[in-house]
Ligand binder design. Structure first.
Ligand code: SF4
Length: 246
């Protein structure tokens, strides 16, 4: 059983406005206490920094990178390059492939993944792709979609029973993934959204290690706080109820 701590927890999960709803979901409470007290978006963080007259620049970020002041507090200061990829379409799936390769002691290179376009919106901001990759002597398939119109296309494929044989389904509701999330700063939203994946890939490449399997601290934490399969299921899975008005 998980313990309720006397903390006020503020979660800053990128630009996701949906996380505000998640924070109040009863399924994400422990003993009727919210696991996350407050969820704030990128835009709100920017507003807070502006109020405090904090100015960010690449030079400042670079300078802070190697000093204590610029680090996250433990245990959030040790993470894989994969974690950056979650912010863009295809990133969750690539992270799964990296993990599988690491488990099978195979070298991961992006060329391991064959990427085929199934559908794309006219402005090229939303798409549906099939990723195919070999691992441990077997071949796997993933469907990767981003944007509401792409989700609709995915539902058509699902309704036609054509998702059989697919091992991973990655759905990001925002165009391009979280980089295009509703809580991003509004100025230059579309043009900047297209540039953000490159920034995430840069940070990924600069990371100490590429996949979560190589994160010794994470293994230690899982062993300490989620020692059984039941604990893992409890902490990392949720369920949804049908909220449609009858
Ligand atoms: S894709 Fe959009 S809705 Fe989904 S987690 Fe990212 S920001 Fe939130």
């Amino acid at each position: 059983m998980f313990q309720v701590f006397n903390y006020y927890l503020i979660k800053f999960q990128k630009p996701c406005t949906a996380k505000k709803f998640e924070a109040i979901r009863p399924q994400l409470m422990t003993e009727n206490v919210k696991d996350c007290d407050l969820s704030i978006t990128t835009r709100e963080v920017v507003e807070l920094f502006k109020e405090e007259r904090l100015v960010f620049s690449e030079e400042r970020e670079q300078k802070l990178r190697n000093v204590q002041e610029g680090q996250f507090d433990a245990p959030f200061n040790v993470y894989s390059g994969s974690s950056y990829l979650f912010g863009r379409t295809g990133g969750v799936t690539e992270s799964v492939v990296r993990y599988m390769c690491a488990l099978n002691k195979e070298q991961f290179t992006p060329s391991v993944i064959q990427n085929n376009l199934l559908w794309e919106s006219t402005d090229k901001f939303q798409s549906l792709r099939v990723f195919e990759f070999p691992c441990g002597g077997s071949n796997y398939r993933a469907i990767v979609c981003h944007g509401g119109a792409a989700v609709e296309e995915l539902m058509k494929i699902h309704a036609a029973g054509k998702l059989k044989g697919v091992d991973v389904v990655e759905v990001m509701v925002c165009p391009q993934g979280c980089v295009g999330g509703g809580g991003q700063p509004k100025i230059g939203k579309k043009s900047l959204t297209a540039q953000r994946p490159a920034g995430l890939d840069k940070h990924d490449k600069e990371s100490q290690f590429a996949d979560c399997q190589s994160n010794a601290l994470m293994h230690e934490m899982v062993k300490k706080w989620m020692p059984t399969e039941h604990n893992i299921h409890d902490a990392l899975h949720t369920h949804y109820d049908n909220r449609r008005m009858k």
